[in-house]
Each structure stands twice: as structure tokens, then as C-alpha cells.
Design a protein around this ligand. Structure first.
Ligand code: SF4
Length: 221
């Protein structure tokens, strides 16, 4: 039976005193994102490996072969066909609403993040905080009091074209991507879109992105 390699994505949910790494994978059989820990009980799993700052991969036996992209597809056609869950970066840092603004400031500075999704304990999207929000926020209080609650999010099954169009129309530089039940699957940044477009045009990006919702690539040495 053919084998399929699926990206294992990590959502690092930071709370006031806790930090929980939630592993997700897009299951090729169910065609939805699931908790990757459930794969350990699946007879189709062949291997699973991941590292905290990099994400990982699940290899499983499936009937369908790996889909291939027609190299002759033009840019618009490819953007309409490639789905966000196929291009998301593997690690996302999130915070819970009860994290202090001071803690969030430190986290964003230490990790070089431009924006951070705010999630509940189940990882479901509650809001978003950007660097710009922080510049006008008080030095005290909780994230829940200053986050943007009305967020332009997209489902992980939306095509890349939707994300590009949404960011251009709404004048935002990133968009949270969520699963069917509202769990944060990742962040898609304008720079991710630019790199994707450059790659489709045949340009090589020598920088491999390993951290996520920053838009600034962390370069693997
Ligand atoms: S191991 Fe099983 S549950 Fe996990 S992604 Fe593969 S088919 Fe889905």
C-alpha cells in the first residue's frame, strides 16, 4: 500500500503558568485535522517524529497516492487549488486570554512574533494580538482586555487565493487559519504568501522557515 507523509504541526499554547504543546496532523483518510496523538492507536501509522521547535511528520499507509501538482499550472490556478493546510508553517505559538500583557510582551520579543492568536484551553480561536496592539496597550492587565476579538480567520480548507485576497482587501498582514471546530491550525502571513508566489515562479528561497506566526523566517543552520 502506498505511504503518505503528512506534516505534523505544533500549537504551543502559553498560559499564565503553563505551556502545552498540542500536536495536529491532517489525516489523509479522514481528510480533516486531528490530534496527532490519536495516530498512535491507528494501524495505518508507520512512523511519527517531531521536534518541539520544528514540527514533524506522520507517515501512514493509505490507499490514495500522494497528490501531485501540475507544474504547468499557472499562478492563479495554483492559488485556487492549493489549500492553506498544505502550506501552513509547522509551529504556532498561542496564548490563553488570562496571560498578562507583560508576559505576552516578553514572549513576542523573545520569539520575534508579529502576532499571536489567543485561544481557549481547547486551542479554539478567541482573538488576536499584534505588535501594533501592544504599542498602545497598558503595561498591566490581561490579554483578554486588549485583544482583537473580531478576527478575520479562514478555514484550513480555504485556498491560498482566499488568504491573499482577504489580506489585501482587509489591509491585514496575517490571517489565523482554523479547523472545522475553530481550533487554530496556524497563521498565514503575507510573507508566507510572497514566498509561495516566488516559489511558484521558479525562484528559490534559501531560507527555511522553522518558527511560525512571525512572518520573519528563522533560518535553519
Ligand atoms: S496514522 Fe491513521 S489517524 Fe494518523 S494520519 Fe495516518 S491514517 Fe490518519
Amino acid at each position: 500500500m502506498p505511504q503518505r507523509a503528512s506534516t505534523l504541526r505544533l500549537c504551543n499554547v502559553v498560559g499564565p503558568d503553563t505551556e502545552e504543546l498540542k500536536p495536529y496532523v491532517r489525516c489523509p483518510r479522514r481528510d480533516e485535522t486531528i490530534n496527532a496523538l490519536t495516530c498512535t492507536g491507528c494501524s495505518r501509522m508507520r512512523s511519527m517524529e517531531w521536534a518541539p521547535r520544528k514540527g514533524g511528520v506522520v507517515i501512514c499507509s493509505v490507499e490514495e497516492p500522494e497528490p501531485t501538482t501540475d507544474p504547468r499550472a499557472d499562478l492563479a490556478e495554483a492559488a485556487a487549488r492549493v489549500l492553506l493546510h498544505e502550506v501552513l508553517t509547522p509551529v504556532t505559538t498561542c496564548v490563553t486570554p488570562d496571560v498578562s500583557i507583560e508576559q505576552l510582551r516578553r514572549l513576542m520579543a523573545n520569539e520575534g512574533l508579529r502576532s499571536v492568536p489567543v485561544v481557549d484551553l481547547e486551542g479554539k480561536l478567541q482573538g488576536l494580538v499584534s505588535r501594533t496592539d501592544l504599542t498602545t496597550a497598558a503595561d498591566f492587565g490581561l490579554v483578554e482586555n486588549m485583544m482583537t476579538s473580531r478576527v478575520h480567520a479562514l478555514p484550513e480548507d480555504a485556498p491560498v487565493a482566499y488568504a491573499i485576497a482577504l489580506m489585501a482587501f482587509e489591509n491585514v498582514s496575517e490571517v489565523p487559519v482554523v479547523t472545522a471546530d475553530g481550533t487554530v491550525a496556524g497563521m498565514y502571513h503575507a510573507l508566507d504568501a510572497l514566498r509561495w508566489v516566488a516559489g511558484k515562479m521558479g525562484y528559490v528561497n534559501p531560507m527555511k522557515k522553522v518558527a511560525t506566526n512571525d512572518g520573519e523566517p528563522a533560518v535553519e543552520s
